[in-house]
Design a binder for this molecule. Structure first.
Ligand SMILES: [Zn+2]
Length: 192
């Protein structure tokens, strides 16, 4: 039994939860888990198999999947460039979401997008689709809909009517925060 749970914890799959960003460019940025936590940080694209499996999952699970019915993985030698695009996406949108406009971060992102679009590829590849998605987000008429999850730090688009979302995914981050609040309250409540 212990052995079985060990195997399960070692297995990684791209589930619907990992595509809650609402845009492919944000799902790509969110491939880093707990980005600002030195101990908890995990880069899912650092593992070649996970990086190669991402496009097939994005075709099924991304909110923008209608834009890319087919999405080809990138050859391994292009992973480094793609990660630079990913980091430029995260840097610019994170700062913008926190309320300031960083023109240098925007310039860097636009340069990465341009370099990606210039590259000759056959069919729709992950980098091309991600660059187009990032461009749409730059021009998004309601940038205030972009938010940062209060628990895991992922970027996501809040498409709810009253813009009330706090968590990337209520069933994952929302419940974890509720559970830890409950635990803390119990610990600090005076004994009856
Ligand atoms: Zn979250």
């Amino acid at each position: 039994m212990v052995f079985t749970s060990y195997i399960v914890s070692m297995t990684f799959t791209w589930t619907a939860h990992r595509f809650v960003g609402g845009a492919l460019a944000l799902d790509v940025a969110n491939s880093v888990i707990l980005r600002h936590d030195a101990e908890g940080r995990r880069d899912r694209f650092a593992v070649a198999e996970q990086f190669q499996a991402f496009p097939e999952a994005a075709v099924r699970l991304s909110a923008e999947r209608q834009d890319f019915p087919d999405l080809r993985p990138l050859p391994e030698e292009h992973r480094g460039e793609f990660l630079q695009l990913r980091e430029a996406i995260d840097r610019y949108f994170r700062v913008r979401t926190l309320g300031s406009e960083d023109r240098l971060a925007l310039a860097e992102l636009l340069e990465r997008i341009a370099a990606t679009l210039r590259a000759a590829t056959v069919g729709q590849t992950l980098d091309q689709a991600t660059a187009r998605s990032a461009l749409r987000l730059i021009c998004e008429p309601q940038p205030e809909r972009m938010k940062i999850c209060g628990h895991c730090g992922w970027l996501f688009l809040d498409r709810s009517k009253n813009r009330s979302r706090t968590w990337c995914d209520m069933t994952v981050c929302g419940n974890r925060v509720k559970a830890s609040r409950h635990y803390k309250r119990k610990k600090t409540e005076p004994l009856p």
